[in-house]
Design a protein around this ligand. Sequence first.
Ligand code: NAD
Length: 462
Amino acid sequence: MKEHDLVVIGGGPGGYVAAIRAAQLGLNVACIEKESALGGTCLRVGCIPSKAMLESSELFQMAKNHLAEHGVSINADSVKLDLPAMLKRKDGIVSQLTKGIDGLFRKNKITRYLGHGKIVAPGKVLVEGAQPEELVCKNIVIATGSKSAPLKGVEVDNDRIGTSTEALAFPEVPGTMVVIGAGVIGLELGCVWSRLGAKVIVLEYLDRILPGMDSEIATEAQKIFTKQGIEFRLGMKVTGAKVSGKKCVVTCEGAEPITADRVLLAVGRIPNTENLNLDGVHVAYDNRGRIQVDQHFQTTIPGIYAIGDVIGGAMLAHKAEEEGMAVAEGIVWGHCHVNYDAIPAIVYTHPEIASVGKTEDQLKEAGVPYKKGSFPYMANGRAKAIAASEGRAKVLAHAETDRVLGVHIIGAHAGDLIAEAALAIEFGASSEDIARTSHAHPTLAEIVKEAALAVDGRAIHF
Ligand code: NAD
């Protein structure tokens, strides 16, 4: 029986950050992870490999269709896709980064156990693996993440009909790919395979894409992706999908069945709570499987904490990381805080879509008086220079106090530009603060400054 101050179950961005922060604060920490590689969904089969594929497919698309406008002349027909090389590069990046976490664990003297962690009682965890071991500890953090949500009638075979994991490693470019769900995963991976040559059809239950994002920005995104060749069928209730020979047939209520080479199911994710023995130790969770926690991330049982996708809130790696830091600090210091209003969300399509704070829809619904400043990429010199004039930034500020309430950007490098807006919200800045801050010229960051100036009707370049 081994003893630790803290046992973290799950080695994803929530779990490994909690483990490192707790070790920095002087605790004797262990982390149990069932996969041989650390890093969780994000590093192994999520954020990182998808960003590698987004970059590579974007370069392929650029070489084929967009170099000529820069005066770089190549024979577009000679641009060939080497898919195995593209996939190998992605796998290499994943391998380097997951090994990096091993290194961080060694540096911070964190003990790593390979196996499935099961809570036997508060202060007692069983590692179910090749060598079962019982661990005794003062505190437990559950950071087991989430998995792809199933959909009734859709027969996932983890090959032709699969989740994001399969769609990150298709062995060939599908002729036709059906994506079920116009959320973040559906759009990012739909974009990858569309750029590589697949006919992509996105089926979405709602009458809009990207629910949760600012609706004006989502409408603009849909127009841009449609121009890029992605077909959207909105208001479509998918009732089934099954493999038939080498094809898949997708059925929808009130519409003709669709035949495709591959299907990506991306209708959300659900918490990973099976075989943790939550009922046995009386840890409460809601009807969607999300573990209930208080402001210190403690569950209904003292000494057992939970963070990341397994609790409520946005299922984002960086949200889990913030909670990982906070839970460790809360255990050691007795207090901790995460500002959920300042957590950005990014869709890594081209152009990128990024947001932080409240959407315009939320402000309207809550009856909060606001002012809005919007500035288009096409009026920015740098955007023109890099041939990225699609999109805009929008700053929402309180009508009376001018405090920044939300910033939404669609356009090149939106994911990098949003960092400034997150900082503004974290510091309680006004739109005037952003507007009065010097932004270097010529940069895309000037778009955010101009949108802040536009809140008061004084954008200079538009
Ligand atoms: P999502 O919640 O973003 O989108 C799911 C979509 O499926 C929604 O638009 C929903 O209306 C639709 N849908 C649900 N049932 C349907 C049906 N029967 N037929 C057709 N459409 C249906 O979920 P996701 O894209 O699977 O992503 C899962 C989670 O992972 C999200 O929380 C997301 O934020 C996170 N994620 C984030 C990133 C990122 O930050 N870049 C990348 C990948 C995943």
